[in-house]
Design a binder for this molecule. Sequence first.
Ligand SMILES: [Zn+2]
Length: 414
Amino acid sequence: MALPFDLLLQGCRLPDGRIADVGARAGLVAEIGTLAGRSAHRAVDCGGLLLTPGLVDAHIHLDKALLSDRTPSLEGTVAEALRVTGHAKRRFTVEDIRARARRALDLAVRAGTTAMRSHVEVDPIVGLKALEALLPLKREYAPAIDLQLCAFAQEGILQAPGTEALLARALESGADLVGGCPYNDTDAHAQIDIVFRLAREFDVDVDFHIDFFDEPEHMDVLYVAEQAVRWGWQGRVAVGHASELGALEPEELDRAAAILKDAGVGVIILPATDLYLMGRKDVRNVRRGLAPAKRLLAAGVTVAVATNNILNAFTPMGTGDLALMGYLMTAAAHMGTERDVADILAMLTEYPARMLRLPEHGLRVGARADLVLWETERAAEAVTTMAARRLVVKAGRLSIQHERTCTEFWRESS
Ligand SMILES: [Zn+2]
């Protein structure tokens, strides 16, 4: 007699279109198939709705989320965003950061995000305050989401003396990985060297904000790839934005993509911010400023799509729902075919899970039962309509249930 399931999801539509029951036990997907009549502590009739793996948001800033009321955007440039946010940061308190981070996490969890990597600013302005605010949230939110914290030098390292030591302290204190921002420093390569040195010293992964310009004037990502290979860090390095890749000539892009693939460097596209901040100097045919998802995927590069910012000077809109980033990609990256939309769903789930090194992520027997039930029967509509979420399951337990009502009074009036 088989052990009862902890949770049995009956009649789910799998992403490949099949209908199946999914049984979870001890936090894992135990069986997928026809499981009618099997005992379970809790069974849910899913009515043929779509079940996917949990969403994985590979790049967000919880510490500077929800700041729009304090940092109104007047110019809408990267430089302004850095300046006004740096200014707001001087008044951050641990309580304030934690309260905003909780609101942002709640939005993400309700929308089906079951794993997330947040950058945490570590610099002489804010010190370790943001890390102090966010570290306890890892445990507090563990029943709903796996949270990785990246100690991040937003203000530069060489141009902000003291930052390197603070990054080391952050890694000693529990930050999971280290990140830099070479475009905001006096010597990009020297900053990259420092970040890799810290990564080796603490044996952690690396995540850079990189090449966030309209023209391919920096391409520091190639130096990052070189260091990844040099130090054996393949598969442990991600880069966000990389909008300069989108400005390369096709042959140059093919060369760069091959280098990134061989170096195991993942690229994270941040469509809300990239669309908002790039192309600002274009007076006609305003460019989109996105790293070229389709060509990178075709070259075998791991590509994710992530939220980055919610309601601040870098991105004055946002909902915390990762599906919104996929929806944006269909139009902004010309990814509307059936195959493209499937790729987008993978860029919200499987590929970021690979980047965050979560090998147990997925909808298959033996994987962690982190799952989302959507109010649609078509996998494409998770992206193309941002279908509402019905249920979210974290490690085999129901973590979120949405119930919606809409009363159409107008129909009663004749
Ligand atoms: Zn970012």
